[in-house]
Design a protein around this ligand. Structure first.
Ligand code: GLP
Length: 241
């Protein structure tokens, strides 16, 4: 596990964007696993900047996103498809037909989860997976649990996650109670993983991620077993180490 300590969110975003840029430059037809949330927004801004300056070309890139709320369609402004379009895809030259986000409106959720895993395999697996970290140590929407989930699956969101994400909705009651997420197995199969973490409210979860016991009660702790993980975190997030 490689850990970069940065002064603040801006520096964290620049460093993470550099790692992703290197991936896109070295392998222009790579598969990027992408994340939502406030943590990667600055990283995406840097990538857009790199594209606008002519340094980055996303025309051959494929992307697969980690997760999506159940019940929200692509036009809903809190859906993760909408987030990805507005924060990244609409501003770079990626082919939108090669950007994938789990379908929040799938009728047959279980079937759609299987199809999503098959799709990831079909495109050749994930070269670089970008992750944020939940306050409770979740990655994607893999909440603390008794077991590590393998593939893409449907989850009930915990009270902590609903509380953390209510800031994006009109009220807590509007936050979806379920989501579809890549499993821990899917994430762990990515060739390279980059985790962006910012702020003191993540410090405890980050300490557990890096040096706590490996347990599904803190899902991100499994990353200790991955051969190529880079954590890019600011001083506040690393304050408990
Ligand atoms: C959300 C997302 C995660 C994200 C995490 C942290 O619920 N499902 O993919 O990494 O929580 O979010 P944020 O970066 O806004 O703190």
């Amino acid at each position: 596990m490689m850990i970069y300590k940065t002064k603040n969110y801006t520096e964290m975003s620049r460093k993470a964007a550099n790692l992703i840029s290197a991936q896109v430059i070295l392998k222009p037809d790579c598969v990027l696993g992408l994340a939502t949330g406030s943590s990667p927004i600055g990283t995406y801004e840097q990538l857009i900047d790199g594209y606008q300056k002519g340094d980055l070309d996303f025309s051959k890139v494929t992307s697969v996103n980690l997760d999506e709320y159940l019940g929200l369609g692509p036009e809903h402004d809190q859906s993760y498809r909408y987030f990805m379009n507005t924060h990244l895809f609409d501003h770079i030259n990626i082919d939108k037909s090669r950007t994938f986000v789990p379908d929040g409106l799938a009728q047959d959720v279980e079937g759609a989860c299987k199809e999503y895993d098959a799709l990831i395999e079909q495109v050749g697996g994930i070269d670089l997976q970008l992750l944020g970290l939940g306050r409770n140590g979740h990655i994607g929407f893999n909440e603390p649990a008794e077991d590590f989930a393998r593939g893409t699956h449907c989850v009930d969101l915990t009270a902590s996650t609903i509380d953390a994400n209510k800031r994006f909705f009109a009220s807590e009651a509007d936050v979806p109670r379920q989501a579809v997420t890549m499993g821990i197995g899917t994430i762990m199969r990515a060739k390279k993983i980059v985790v962006v973490v910012s702020g003191a409210d993540k410090a405890e979860a980050l300490r557990g991620t890096i040096c706590g016991p490996i347990t599904p009660k803190l899902p991100a702790s499994i990353l200790q077993l991955h051969p190529d993980v880079t954590i890019v975190a600011d001083e506040a997030a690393l304050s408990q180490l």
